[in-house]
Design a protein around this ligand. Sequence first.
Ligand code: NAP
Length: 311
Amino acid sequence: MEKYFRQYGIFQFGGSTELCAQELPLTSPDNQQVLIKVISTSVNPIDIKTRSGLGYVAAGKPADAFLPLGYDVLGEVVQVGDDVTDLHPGDRVIGMVGFAAHPGCYATYTYAKASELIKVNQKADASLAGLCLAGLTAWQALAEFEPDGRPVYVNAATGGVGHLVLQVAKLRGFEAIAVSRRIEHALFAALDIHAITPTDYLAQPRKGILIDLVGGEFGQRMTKNLQVGSELVTVPTVTKDQVLETARAQQVSGRGILVEADQAQLTRLYDAEQAGQIKVVVDQSFELHDIQQAHEYVEQGIHCGKVIITA
Ligand SMILES: NC(=O)c1ccc[n+]([C@@H]2O[C@H](COP(=O)([O-])OP(=O)(O)OC[C@H]3O[C@@H](n4cnc5c(N)ncnc54)[C@H](OP(=O)(O)O)[C@@H]3O)[C@@H](O)[C@H]2O)c1
């Protein structure tokens, strides 16, 4: 085994050029941990917000300390802690690791709690890293609801979470409607999902379940268009309070969510992926040493689905 591993993260908040690498000695995992050789990870908006100094993870960073980034992992187990019985060296695993205070998957190796991981097929490909944080968010956004005839409207529908919410909604028997600025995108035909523009959505009052993945004023405008009897889940945490305030004024029941690691839910997502019911759409892949370019690409806002990083 190698003696050192490389992690990418930041010492200072700022633009993509703040991303840098540090080499650390490889140590044995703690009792409940697993050491993983990373095959792939993915870029999530929280990585970019944290890098920029926004949000609660950034707020908890001591000045000048190195903060590694990245929460998604597909990798191979190389060593397990003394209390880990269900994973073994050589197993291929995926998971959302360290969310939110302890990121560290932009790396050649990472440490994870066994409880954050599930075992996957030995041939699992790099895209599966993109199922973890985004897929769990998609699952948890809909977890409180049962299909009852109301449509599920999903904004930011071409995004990492959005394209998975649409598929989870369909899988669970909801009528899923994409609200997208790019309704002509081939994604919607490929997923067989009806897509409308934000203008179409706003053209008439809507009764349904809105999964708001944009937040801010855009999320507020969409929420204001909901009729009594609708429900709202607003996912971006930074603007949660302002969007929920709009929901209250509309007499619409609303809540925010904060994604949590959940083995059972990740297993459901993985099984659906294996059965061809859910697909992680990969827009582009970058190598780990090109993490700056990957962040710059995601910040352009033109991706569809996930941006994957291979270690
Ligand atoms: N609370 C949590 O635990 C949690 C977990 C995961 C993600 N999040 C948050 O949820 C949000 C979505 O995450 P994601 O991974 O899906 O992000 P993403 O992949 O970056 O989403 C990009 C999509 O957002 C839409 N969009 C971008 N800029 C917009 C604008 N100005 N107005 C309207 N739509 C815009 C576009 O969709 P269209 O082109 O289709 O319109 C774009 O494809 C982020 O804010 C993220 O931080 C929160």
